[in-house]
Design a protein around this ligand. Structure first.
Ligand code: 5AD
Ligand code: SF4
Length: 477
């Protein structure tokens, strides 16, 4: 069954399973042109892109709806990172097909990475798709919709070297009003051999830092208390003022955003082990409102496999970065992405991945079996030769080891007090709040009169599972 989920339940740039629907009422031109429904899959960047799309559509007079049956325009923002992600989208398109039979005027559009990967093929294969729009072409949506309204197919999959949507204020929808994302760059220039992203999202480009700052200020003014800076590889953020030649790197950008207000928490994702600098680590250490949490995907613990993955670091380099984090930011939480069963992976390579998990002592990981993606370097160069059942068994071993590591971490939190940003009610009990601590761990605790979403609470941790911490509020002396 399809279950909408909140983008806040996910860590940026790793998951791809569930969709999310926008529903908030917004002011648009009058009379409204029609209602659009948008469903998003994939990484946080995609969810944030949907907010850019929503903003572009609202400008031209479309209103969002969460009711599929009322929509005049259905958009699905897609992910190509693994085959499973694409299968999920294809199933959803089948469901939309039925609606299209009932409502002849209904337009269906495919956005995002799958649109980019499959291009015009989509229009040929999925006959009931009217629009195919790649990640850099969302400004063109109003024109493409008009074309589609006139019975023509709307296709734009042009990848830009400049587009950052810097001037578009994303329409914040389907959010908790407390935490939000800010895209700071687009695309990726790393050619990790397993990854389709450089092909679907194009060349890396960084957004003007002053527009990022303005967006963070606007979020704070609207009551948001946490901003996650998003990019495929945030550590390679770099911007140069075309007039003065002044440069801004990621550490400086972090500092600028942290300066918006001490009450605005700053997070970021994703870091690349080859690019994360001590300057970034020192900036985190110096600012209380930059969270002590780094998502630093290792992918594999074997230097041989890392080389084949074209990650451009080896196991020793990665360990040195972990050591640097521990030295500069004591008690920093570190999480990872791990791929089981990449081409030619042996039992020894797999064991090295488990050893690396032990070394890095991840608080959390996103773990996957290798899924060959057409057109990638690995698909062209290496046979996908680890049998599916071996991939699955290795993944299970990785998952269960991560559960042990997460439990061990969380047990160590018992007796500690954390500042928790309240994000809303706990899912199970509306008498309890749900929030997160600096380590990005979910903390559940009983409500106390006078506190609400967006407030910070000091919570003493009294119990823990591998997924959640529980506790109660302690009052400052
Ligand atoms: N197969 C499996 N996992 C992949 N990832 C990226 N491409 C693939 C693939 N072809 C994972 C990586 C990356 C995360 C976003 O998704 O771990 O960090
Ligand atoms: Fe893909 Fe590697 Fe870029 Fe991440 S850094 S998006 S894994 S190519």
């Amino acid at each position: 069954m399809f279950e909408p989920s909140s983008p806040q339940d996910r860590i940026p740039l790793a998951e791809e399973q569930q969709g999310s629907v926008y529903y908030q009422e917004v002011e648009t031109a009058f009379p409204p042109k029609g209602l659009f429904y948008i469903e998003s899959y994939g990484c946080a960047m995609n969810f944030n892109d949907s907010e850019i799309v929503a903003s572009v559509l609202a400008e031209t007079g479309y209103q969002p709806t969460r009711d599929l049956d009322l929509a005049d325009l259905i958009l699905i923002n897609t992910c190509s990172i693994r085959e499973k992600a694409e299968e999920t989208v294809r199933k959803r398109l089948q469901a939309f097909k039925k609606l299209k039979r009932k409502n002849r005027g209904l337009l269906v559009g495919v956005l995002g990475c799958m649109a980019e990967r499959l291009k015009a093929k989509f229009l040929e294969e999925e006959k009931l798709v009217d629009l195919v729009v790649g990640p850099d072409a969302y400004r063109d949506l109003p024109r493409l919709i008009e074309r589609a309204d006139d019975g023509e197919k709307g296709l734009n999959v042009y990848l830009s070297r400049e587009e950052t949507y810097a001037d578009i204020n994303p329409l914040r929808l389907d959010q908790n009003g407390v935490t939000s994302f800010i895209s700071i760059m687009r695309g990726c220039d790393n050619m990790c051999s397993f990854c389709v992203v450089p092909f679907t999202r194009g060349r890396e480009r960084s957004r003007d830092p002053f527009t990022i700052l303005a967006e963070a200020q606007d979020l704070y003014a609207k009551g948001y208390r946490e901003a996650t800076l998003l990019g495929q590889n945030v550590d390679s953020y770099h911007w140069e003022n075309p007039e003065t030649g002044d440069k801004v790197n990621f550490a400086q950008l972090l500092e600028m955003v942290a300066g918006v207000h001490p009450g605005l928490r700053v997070r970021f994702s994703t870091s690349h082990p080859k690019d994360i600098t001590n300057e970034v680590l020192e900036t985190i250490a110096q600012h209380k409102n930059i969270c002590d949490y780094i998502h630093l995907p290792v992918q594999s613990g074997s230097s041989r496999v890392l080389e084949m993955m074209n990650r451009t670091y080896d196991a020793d380099w990665y360990k040195e970065r972990i050591d640097a984090i521990r030295r500069i930011i004591p008690n920093c939480a570190i999480s990872s992405d791990i791929i089981a069963g990449f081409c030619s992976e042996t039992e020894e390579d797999h064991q090295e991945t488990l050893n690396m998990m032990q070394y890095a002592h991840y608080t959390m990981s996103y773990m996957f079996t290798y899924s060959e993606r057409p057109g990638t370097l690995a698909a062209r160069k290496y046979p996908d030769d680890v049998p599916e059942e071996v991939k699955k068994r290795r993944l299970e071993e990785i998952i269960s080891f991560q559960a042990e590591l997460s439990s061990a971490h969380n047990l160590l939190d018992i007796g500690k007090t954390y500042e928790v940003l309240i994000e809303g009610d706990s899912k199970r009990d509306d008498q309890e709040f749900k929030g997160r601590n600096t380590h990005n761990k979910v903390v559940i605790f009983p409500k106390v009169a006078g506190l609400r979403s967006g407030d910070y609470a000091r919570v003493l941790i009294t119990s823990a599972t591998s997924a959640t911490l529980r506790g109660h509020i302690v009052r400052p002396d």
